[in-house]
Structure formats: structure tokens, C-alpha cells
Design a protein around this ligand. Structure first.
Ligand code: URA
Length: 466
């Protein structure tokens, strides 16, 4: 048995020594012991609503140290959480901060579960906004191997990704579109837990993802949510079965809070679009808003925007909403919304017409096919990890992202390639020759699989759940 030290805390910041086993929280009038709760979960037992809420509240108030929270997260990850436990965790994380409410049913957000080259938010949000949907977007930074919307938009000089909730609400009401990162006021428990999960290999868990996404989305005041559940080698969900289970969990939670919800399960076995990085993804997004985007990125962004327009009640049928989304691009209205978004949040809107204003690494190195054949498969997660090696992601929380480095894919799954033909290019700095060679070797050895016979292009939108 470990030694037991009984501590009574009244909201004070506790610097925890070893071992801390019992914490009594005066403010909740509840007294639980940290160690037995972790131990019970580790053995596959259930936690009650009160226990989960106490644990999350205590952690958010800095009364449970990171190492005990990490142990609890790993126990939750390995042993799972049932529907009631997942609901308690979501509620606890939601209630850890402020909750916004917007009147009107046309306040709709979209959330992707994360992938490689996923820049759809920069396209679908202006489309939906131009069509009359109010979009309150609280997005994330990179998580694990996946890129983050907030990191990408910060490639635009001056763009403010943090606003206080008052300004966030005012901007949404006035402008109809606002895009910020996680704030200390909205679901602070998620902010803390997200950072821990990122470094403790506890990301790809359905209950933990459900609570993380839903606590933020419910708090930001959207009345409906369109989920993009990524599935494949670059996603947290590797199979359609797991993606479906996550989609069902997100939709069930949305329903419990009387929010409209649609979930698309979409392919993440290769990068979405051609660009993977930061500045280059912003350029590809602008090109897509100008009508020149790659087909997969365009089709997915239009489909997701159409679902937002539909559940907002702007159009009565999905087909009409789809047509409207296309019109918002062809008329230039969506591009204008993007310009306005940059301007409203202090960003340099001139980037829309002058890409040289974005930070860009100067050297381009080509990675070519080692033999002729068809592209069969990418280990897509590793593409994200190779970008991190190049400086386009974080290895530790304090790392600063290099927005100028990235990859441009010239070939995708199903494409025929000749020996020596370029598969992708790397944008990098002169001093990065060694890392570029490592990326070349690892890409050819660990990421790329080729086939001598024809390969089918993967289906982009695999399934719809609503
Ligand atoms: N996106 C989130 O916001 N949270 C997760 O846990 C995974 C993806």
C-alpha cells in the first residue's frame, strides 16, 4: 500500500510532492481519493458522475498534478468509458469554463477530427458565411501528427487567433464569421487535457475525443455542428468501424444537447489537396476559393459547407444548399468573406492577391519515384511526422512552427508514375539538406507503397451519419 497523506485544500495552488493520494475539496463538499479512482479505472471499473466531475474540476484547478491526470487518461484510454461516463466527462469539461449562447438556428460550426493537409475550414467557413450562416469557429493547433487550423492561419501576418469572449461574440453577431484558437475561458479543462494527451499517446480514444470536441463545440454556442470524421492512415480512426463509432458518439452527444448534427466519414489515407504545411496550405485554400482548387479539397469543402447551409435552414434541401455553396465560390462571394475574415482579425488581406507576402522557404527539392507503377498507399501519419521533422510542427509544447516549410504532392493514390517522375516536392531552407535526405529515405522506405497493377482512387466521402 502506498503511504497516504490526507490534504485539505481550499482553492490554493498545490505544489505536489510525493506521494499525494487524497485530496478533499471543501468547495464541492465531496471527498474522493485520487489514487483509488485511477486504480479502479485501470482495472476496468466504472467511475461515477460525481467522481469524474470532481476529478476534472480538481485537475483544472491545479489540485491534481499532470502525472496523475496522465495516469488516469491512460487508464481511460486502455479500459474505455461507457456512454454514461463519456457524458459525465463531456459535461465536466464543458462546465469547466464559460458557455456562450447565440439566438437563431443559423449558428453552425464544423469540426474535423484532424488529418494531413486538412485546410477545408478556410474554404467552407467563408462559403457558409457568404450564404448566410453564422460561423463561430474555435479551432485547434496541431495535435500529434495532424496539422492545426490555428497554426496555419497564423502564417498570415497580423492575424489574431485569440480574442476575448466578448469580442468573439460581438464579431460573430456583426460579421457572421470568426476564427480563433482555444481560449482559457472556453472548456479550459480540454486545453489542459489536450496538451497532456498530445504527449502521452492518449489521443485516439473515442470517449476522450468525444469529450474534447463536444466540450468546445457546446461551449462556443453553435446550434448545429457538421463533423468531418477522418478515417485512414493519417487519421486517429484507422477503420470505418471506429470512425462510425466516433461519429455516433458525437451525434448522440449533440442530440443530448438538442443540437443539430451531421457527420461525414471521409478518407484520410492521403493528404487532402496537394499541399501539406502552413503558408502553402493557405495559398491552396485561397486558390480553391478562387475556383482553382484540387478536386478532392474542393468537393469535400463544398459538401461540408452545403451541410452547414442545410442544417442552418438557409436552404430547405441538401441539393439546393449544395448549389448555393457552389454559387458562393463562382460568384467570388466566398473569397470576399475570406478577405473580410483576415481584415476583421488584423491579418494582412493583401495575401489573397500576393502570395509572396506569406513566409516561404526558398529551396525546392524533388522526391522522385524509384520505379514505374501506380501509387498504392501512403503511410499518411508519417507524412505529418516528417513535416514535424522539417520544422512544420511541434516536438514539444514550446516549439515555434516554421510556416514556410512544407510538401507539395504531385501524385496521389491511383496515379500512374514513371521511374524518376516527381511524387512530391519539399520546400525547405538551405541549412536543411541533411533533414531533406532523411525525409527522402524515410518517405521511400516507410511511407510509399507502389503497385505494378492499377489501383483504385479511394472514395472521398465514405459515409454520412445524421
Ligand atoms: N480534435 C479535438 O478537438 N480533440 C481531439 O481529441 C481530437 C481531435
Amino acid at each position: 500500500m502506498p503511504a497516504r497523506i490526507h490534504m485539505t485544500m481550499i482553492g490554493a495552488h498545490l505544489k505536489v510532492g510525493k506521494p499525494v493520494v487524497t485530496c478533499e475539496l471543501i468547495m464541492t463538499n465531496e471527498s474522493f481519493q485520487v489514487y483509488p479512482l485511477i486504480d479502479r479505472k485501470k482495472r476496468g471499473g466504472r467511475l461515477t458522475d460525481k467522481e469524474i466531475k470532481w476529478f476534472i474540476q480538481s485537475f483544472t484547478e491545479n489540485k491534481i498534478p499532470d502525472y496523475q491526470m496522465s495516469a488516469m487518461l491512460m487508464a481511460m484510454f486502455i479500459k474505455g468509458m461507457d456512454v454514461a461516463e463519456t457524458a459525465s466527462l463531456t459535461d465536466a469539461m464543458l462546465e469547466s469554463g464559460e458557455q456562450l449562447k447565440f439566438p437563431g438556428k443559423n449558428v453552425i460550426d464544423k469540426h474535423s477530427t484532424g488529418g494531413i493537409g486538412d485546410k477545408a475550414s478556410f474554404i467552407l467557413a467563408p462559403i457558409a458565411s457568404a450564404a448566410g450562416v453564422k460561423v463561430p469557429m474555435i479551432a485547434g493547433r496541431g495535435l500529434g501528427h495532424t496539422g492545426g487550423t490555428v497554426d496555419k492561419i497564423e502564417a498570415v501576418k497580423g492575424f489574431k487567433t485569440s480574442l476575448d469572449l466578448d469580442d468573439f461574440s460581438k464579431m460573430l453577431n456583426k460579421e457572421g464569421l470568426v476564427l480563433i484558437g482555444q481560449t482559457p475561458d472556453i472548456a479550459p479543462a480540454d486545453r489542459l487535457i489536450y496538451a497532456l494527451r498530445d504527449v502521452t499517446a492518449t489521443i485516439d480514444s473515442i470517449p476522450l475525443i468525444t469529450a474534447s470536441i463536444m466540450s468546445k463545440k457546446l461551449a462556443e454556442g453553435a446550434n448545429g455542428i457538421v463533423f468531418d470524421i477522418k478515417m485512414g492512415t493519417g487519421a486517429f480512426m484507422r477503420s470505418t468501424k471506429d470512425a462510425r463509432a466516433l461519429g455516433k458518439s458525437l451525434i448522440a452527444t449533440s442530440k443530448r444537447f438538442k443540437k443539430k448534427a451531421v457527420a461525414l466519414i471521409t478518407d484520410m489515407n492521403q493528404p487532402l489537396g496537394n499541399e501539406v504545411g502552413h503558408s502553402n496550405e493557405i495559398i491552396e485554400s485561397i486558390e480553391t476559393l478562387k475556383g482553382n482548387g484540387p478536386k478532392d479539397l474542393t468537393d469535400l469543402s463544398i459538401a461540408l459547407a452545403a451541410h452547414m447551409i442545410h442544417i442552418a435552414g438557409v436552404e430547405k434541401t441538401f441539393d439546393k444548399a449544395h448549389k448555393k455553396a457552389l454559387e458562393m465560390v463562382s460568384s467570388g462571394k466566398a473569397l470576399n468573406e475570406f478577405r473580410k475574415l483576415l481584415r476583421n482579425q488584423g491579418g494582412d488581406e493583401r495575401v489573397v492577391d500576393d502570395y509572396s507576402l506569406l513566409p516561404m522557404a526558398k529551396i525546392t527539392t524533388e522526391i522522385v519515384a524509384p520505379k514505374s507503377g501506380y501509387i498504392k498507399m501512403f503511410q499518411n501519419e508519417k507524412i505529418g511526422l516528417l513535416l514535424i521533422e522539417l520544422g512544420g510542427g511541434r516536438k514539444s509544447k514550446s516549439d515555434i512552427i516554421d510556416h514556410g516549410v512544407g510538401f507539395t504532392f504531385k501524385k496521389k493514390i491511383g496515379d500512374k508514375v514513371k521511374k524518376g517522375e516527381v511524387i512530391f516536392t519539399i520546400q525547405h531552407h538551405p541549412h536543411q539538406k541533411e533533414i531533406v535526405e532523411t525525409i527522402r529515405t524515410r518517405f521511400l522506405k516507410e511511407v510509399l507503397t507502389m503497385s505494378a497493377s492499377k489501383v483504385k482512387t479511394p472514395k472521398l466521402i465514405i459515409e454520412k451519419l445524421s
